[in-house]
Design a protein around this ligand. Sequence first.
Ligand code: NAP
Ligand code: GLV
Length: 326
Amino acid sequence: MKPYVFITRKMPDHLLSELYEVAEVKMWEHEDIPVPFDVLQEELERANGLFSLVSDPIHSEHLESAPHLKVIANMAVGYDNIDVQLATKKGIMVCHTPDVLTDTTADLTFALLLATARRIPEAARYISNDEWKQWSPYLLAGMDIHHKTIGIVGMGRIGEAVAKRAKGFDMNILYYNRSRKEEAEQQLGATYCSFVELLQQSDYVVCLAPLTSETKELFDEQAFQEMKNSAIFINASRGGLVKESALQEALEKGIIHGAGLDVFAEEPIRANHPLVQLPNVVAIPHIGSATVETRDAMVKMTVQNIIRVLKGERPLAAVNLKELGV
Ligand code: NAP
Ligand code: GLV
């Protein structure tokens, strides 16, 4: 009998052909609606493999009623939506999709920085609202990017790719991680500093660290207070790293100058979200890795991760390999 794999969202069929060969596959047949809690729970009573998304919380209730589950393959590099500790305890491999999305997400992160600093969405609205009457010296004047200081919190795969882009803009690069990246320091001219030093010195503070118990609400009142009044905060990792009420206050009171946000504490957000209402915020809907090429690559990698684990082979990327003794 073939193993049973459940996919939590409608995926392009042509990318699943290899999976169809080795498994019985069922897909939640909606592109824009997440699978309801009870449907997922019911599917997991039977499933050997799960193809999940960042928008699917896979928590204890699910895992406790998943007696046959061998692999959860998240179509994302981040995996904070999954209770990895419990999965590991139950012997379930948790896979993800690093590397294939690094450059695409770095492009978007840098685009968000440019868009926020140079007020591009506001400028586009200016024309579509038919407000442009004549050229004026300070019309929609923004902030320079070149030769300014960028501070990257979370200098991992995407952080380094953002630093590479910043180097091309002649920026001074600071970074903060728990560990030093000496190769990046040499190749990119990046300087390691403490979190507080980074906040105090950066014109652009870019958040690219994962959401963990350690990083939850790392950007709170105190963090925004440390930043320059002229600083722009960019978040392309997870909304949970930010205390949103503190960010709102910092933006309203001029404690910082602006923010570009791809991610939010609770997603999706609506147009009436307090941060979206602010004129100095550019908000976009978690599209860091959203190009057709990269999303295809992520689907393919997720499929390969599932197939490999079901065949008893080593997956392309998993977060609990060591803990499972693989
Ligand atoms: P990565 O290579 O693992 O990089 C994460 C970096 O964060 C590491 O260098 C790590 O270094 C650092 N870090 C971990 N905990 C930290 C802490 N407590 N304080 C400071 N730094 C810490 O991951 P990646 O591939 O670059 O992806 C990063 C994150 O981006 C993902 O976790 C995901 O949440 C987010 N992401 C978002 C999108 C989007 O659509 N917006 C797309 C892709 C990824 P140390 O371990 O040395 O501290
Ligand atoms: C997207 O947010 C990811 O973690 O890949």
